[in-house]
Design a protein around this ligand. Structure first.
Ligand code: ADP
Ligand code: MG
Length: 610
């Protein structure tokens, strides 16, 4: 039996991180449940703020936020806005927005010029936030943490994703996977159990950005089918709108940067309080030359100040839905709210009107993304074998099916003894028999798994789908796998016994197989979908050809052309060599649809011959 030390590198836990523009969080799956970790002060949200004001190591989070009003030009907020973007990308508006100075780096990226004339970068500032979260996790979990799943906005391009990874590397974290924020949120809401083709709208209104994503469940995976948003619209704008109205009423006139920061902070407090209560007494003690100000604010007033901003998110939603080919915003199956600003009652109320849907509020909107990241991280490390060695199958056992796919019969980590079976049929007419290849491993394609043995089951020739072969796997207490294949027509049994190898596999080999299966999960899944689509194409093409030969002449020209075009597309994707599974599936569907009339003609012809 292996000792636990050799497992240290792959058995480590993985944390999930929401690296937000305004706030960042870290979570982990603990005893089966995802949880968000709190720092020593009990805070789960870490403001994504880094202060380079004092010499030595920079301050992060709340302490940095506190020093912001004293040293605005040395306090980096919203570093995420600048990650992985070229300086030339910045609009004049963006250049003027922050209280710190943005400059071009030698490599063309964006830098922050600090008052002490040092240069900070978005990667460095983000690395400070990440390394703070890593520390929080290490303190709570009392173990070293080196691996993370990190979320990014769905619209992040490759360079922004790479910059996120670079920031993680600087913080000493290996990124096991980058996942899209809306997908993470959907995971947190448990929406990964949805049926195919269900659509989910994720409305994410954070501190500085608004993102609307439409997800669709396809083949058990979420696909982002549309994203829209405004990178300059969020809770900060609510603060600014309220602050401006307060400044006007109090006749504050021109504000210094320090005063402006202070007023914005107060406006934000007022805004957050007004989500709960109808009124809030705003106070600005010793605001200017010893003078204090006070103002009673109401939710109605706040609502009026922000209603135009909120309505803007509505237009964006409608536009995104049109682009996604959805009929209207009310055609979606689920609406989930993400981001702290969705706590504003007016936002929830308008969403209900627009979407005609009760939004799902079962999760904290500002924690959902991190929770989803934690779940994804948990899935990834859950696939790694646990230290406790109970008698389980170390790897999945199955057989190869048509198209070279792995069909799992006994999944990995099943307790033994175990028994399971499935019924198979012939995929080809007049197939003389079936070769049952017994495989072990976690990969989607049979060829990537280990072949344990094979048996040939002959059967009498018949049309496709006529044969019935039951395959049963049984592993006994000693780890001996017995494969029984029975031709149910004749009752004839074929037995194969595989000694030990079913359970007794070298630990390193198991680790290698499992980690490869994780590494190749996406490619493998694509390959599986591709293979399935390819089988479908190979069935469709000759069928269409035959039908055209038989009854094609009765079609009108346009229909015949449509079929020819659809078939050509399928063929070109098949021969294209890129294995674009999604494209092939779509092309099959088009061909299938184009041949409706043809199919009807065939049936008619068959009847008239009778
Ligand atoms: P991000 O994803 O941009 O990092 P969050 O999702 O954490 O940001 O959202 C931060 C925003 O949510 C801030 O503007 C904050 O003021 C706002 N917010 C947090 N709580 C509330 C509340 N109770 N009412 C209104 N706004 C809130
Ligand atoms: Mg966010």
């Amino acid at each position: 039996m292996s000792e636990s030390t050799s497992l240290s590198t792959t058995d480590e836990l993985i944390i999930g991180i929401d690296l937000g523009t305004t706030n960042s969080l870290v979570g982990v799956v603990d005893s089966g449940f995802p949880i968000i970790l709190a720092d020593a002060q009990g805070d789960r949200l870490t403001p994504s703020v880094v202060s380079y004001a004092a010499p030595g190591s920079p301050q992060v989070g709340r302490p940095a936020l506190r020093s912001a009003s004293a040293a605005p030009s040395a306090t980096i907020a919203s570093a995420k806005r600048y990650l992985g973007r070229p300086f030339s990308d910045l609009s004049n508006e963006e250049l003027a927005a922050p209280p710190f100075r943005l400059v071009a780096r030698k490599d063309g990226g964006i830098g922050f010029a600090m008052p002490d004339s040092t240069l900070a970068t978005p990667e460095e500032a983000s690395a400070e936030v990440l390394s703070h979260l890593k520390k929080v996790a290490e303190e709570v979990l009392e173990t070293e943490v080196n691996r993370a799943v990190i979320t990014v906005p769905a619209y992040f391009n490759n360079s922004q994703r790479e910059a996120t990874k670079a920031a993680a590397a600087k913080a000493g974290l290996t990124v096991e996977r980058i996942i899209n924020e809306p997908t993470a949120a959907a995971l947190a809401y448990g929406l990964d159990k949805l049926d195919d083709d269900q659509t989910v709208a994720v409305y994410d209104l954070g501190g500085g950005t608004f993102d609307l994503s439409v997800l669709q469940m396809r083949d058990g995976l979420f696909e982002v089918i549309a994203t829209a948003g405004d990178t300059q619209l969020g809770g900060d704008d609510f603060d600014a709108a309220l602050a401006a109205s307060v400044a006007e009423e109090l006749k504050l006139g021109e504000l210094s940067p320090e005063e402006s920061t202070k007023l914005m902070a107060e406006a934000r407090k007022a805004k957050e309080a007004l989500s709960e209560s109808e009124t809030y007494p705003l106070r600005l003690p010793f605001f200017r030359e010893g003078e204090s100000y006070e103002l009673e604010l109401t939710r109605d007033r706040f609502d009026a100040e922000i209603s135009e901003l909120v309505n803007r998110t509505g237009s964006i939603c409608r536009r995104a839905f049109a682009e996604a080919g959805q009929k209207g915003v009310d055609t979606i199956d689920h609406l989930i709210l993400v981001g702290g600003s969705t706590r504003v009652p007016q936002v929830q109320q308008k969403l209900k009107e627009w979407f005609g849907h009760e939004p799902n509020l079962s999760q904290h909107p500002d924690e959902a993304v991190a929770l989803g990241a934690a779940i994804q991280a948990g899935i990834l490390c859950g696939r790694v074998r646990s230290i406790v060695l109970v008698d389980v199958t170390p790897l999945s056992l199955g057989i190869e099916t048509f198209g070279g796919l792995m069909n799992v019969i006994i999944p990995r980590n099943s307790t033994i003894p175990a028994k399971a079976g499935e019924l198979f049929t012939n995929a080809v007419t007049n197939q003389p028999g079936m070769a049952i290849r017994v495989l072990q491993g976690e990969r989607e394609m049979a060829k990537d798994n280990w072949l344990l043995g094979d048996i040939e089951v002959p059967f009498s020739p018949g049309p496709k789908g006529s044969a019935r072969v039951g395959v049963q796997f049984a592993i006994d207490r000693d780890g001996i796998l017995e494969v029984l294949a029975r031709d149910t027509a004749t009752g004839e049994d074929h037995l194969l016994e595989i000694r030990n190898s079913a359970v007794d596999v070298d630990d390193d080999e198991v680790e290698k197989m499992v980690s490869e299966s994780v590494d190749y999960a996406f490619d493998d899944m694509n390959e599986r979908v591709w293979t399935e689509a390819k089988l479908k194409s190979e069935e469709l093409l000759p069928a269409v050809e035959m039908a055209m030969a038989q009854v094609g002449e009765s079609l009108d020209e346009a229909e015949a052309a449509e079929i020819a075009e659809a078939a050509t597309l399928v063929r070109s994707i098949l021969e294209g060599g890129t294995h674009d599974a999604v494209a092939l599936k779509a092309a099959n569907k088009t061909l299938d649809a184009a041949t409706q009339t043809l199919a009807a003609l065939l049936v008619e012809a068959a009847f008239s011959e009778m």
